[in-house]
Design a protein around this ligand. Structure first.
Ligand SMILES: NC(=O)c1ccc[n+]([C@@H]2O[C@H](COP(=O)([O-])OP(=O)(O)OC[C@H]3O[C@@H](n4cnc5c(N)ncnc54)[C@H](OP(=O)(O)O)[C@@H]3O)[C@@H](O)[C@H]2O)c1
Length: 268
């Protein structure tokens, strides 16, 4: 009896060269926004997976603390400072870039001031564009790399929150898709992770720093995501074999319902 042969039998051995487990293909990661919340836990996770991790944020003390507990290297810089960021990345061969630094401002577009508008776009979108500009060409040249953009359900769903935040994250959504076109023909993977409410200080900062109030409004009694859920997703998209690119992940609380249907009556 002839053994059953899969139609791709024989192709597999040459294919296998590019299909190893991807954590072992990569050596070095850069994680922005690493001094708190999701970024902090992602650094811990990538260190456990054996990568050399460069943690970047503005808070020097928090980064130094993270370095003690994880052995990561750290760089204090504002992601809006192009010269400082260029200086950080120039000496590194970055295999995994996690664009995580971000913030949220609450006011609606008609109520926000100029500063709220600018900082939302500058940190959440423009800085990500610059980092990709600085890091991706070397990935393409090496034919190896993975860019992971921490986005939001605000990128792909419409709901009541700040329009400028939705616009910034929607920009990340488009960038993530377009980058796959720019890098076409090279083994540079791009993943967008869209997440919903996650228990960090982000929303407390967004309402002016009252963390107790934020706990009451956004977290107490709700089953929301934890930073470890995002770190798990990141580990998953990296670990999948190198020929596979997971382009989009949406993670929401099981107890959350996206969408809805509302009509305003004519006359207001
Ligand atoms: N938490 C949520 O509910 C939620 C939901 C959807 C999406 N996200 C996204 O998840 C990502 C991480 O948020 P998080 O919840 O972990 O927030 P977080 O706890 O407030 O942490 C934000 C991180 O970004 C850094 N950061 C902010 N501005 C920066 C700047 N100008 N330069 C460098 N670093 C800066 C902060 O560090 P320094 O202050 O030390 O600079 C901090 O490490 C963000 O992109 C956010 O939009 C979060």
């Amino acid at each position: 009896v002839k053994p059953h042969r899969h139609p791709l039998h024989g192709v597999a051995s040459s294919f296998r060269k590019t299909s190893s487990m991807a954590f072992s293909d990569y050596n070095t990661a850069l994680v922005t926004g690493a001094s708190a919340g999701i970024g902090w836990v992602v650094v811990e996770r990538l260190r456990k997976e054996g990568l050399e991790v460069h943690a970047l944020a503005r808070n020097r003390e928090r980064l130094a603390q993270l370095a003690v507990t994880t052995g990561c290297k750290y760089h204090f810089a504002d992601v809006r400072d192009n010269a400082a960021i260029a200086n950080v990345v120039s000496g590194l061969e970055i295999d995994v870039l996690v664009n995580n630094a971000g913030l949220q401002r609450m006011p609606s577009i008609s109520e926000c001031n100029e500063e709220n508008m600018d900082v939302t776009i500058d940190v959440n979108l423009t800085a990500v564009l610059h980092l990709v500009r600085l890091v991706m060409p070397a990935m393409v040249a090496r034919d190896r790399g993975h860019i992971i953009n921490i986005s939001s359900t605000a990128a792909i769903h419409r709901f009541e929150s700040s329009s400028m935040h939705h616009a910034a994250k929607a920009g990340i959504h488009v960038l993530s898709q377009q980058r796959r076109i720019d890098g076409h023909g090279h083994r540079v993977r791009v993943t967008q992770i869209c997440l919903s409410r996650t228990e960090t200080n982000l929303l407390g900062t967004a309402i002016g720093g009252d963390m107790a109030e934020a706990r009451k409004r956004f977290f107490y009694g709700y089953e929301v995501l934890q930073p470890a859920d995002i770190a798990d997703a990141i580990a998953f998209v990296i670990r999948v074999r190198a020929h596979a690119n997971i382009s989009n992940i949406e993670i929401v609380s099981t107890m959350q319902m996206p969408g809805g249907l509302r009509y305003a009556k004519s006359g207001g």
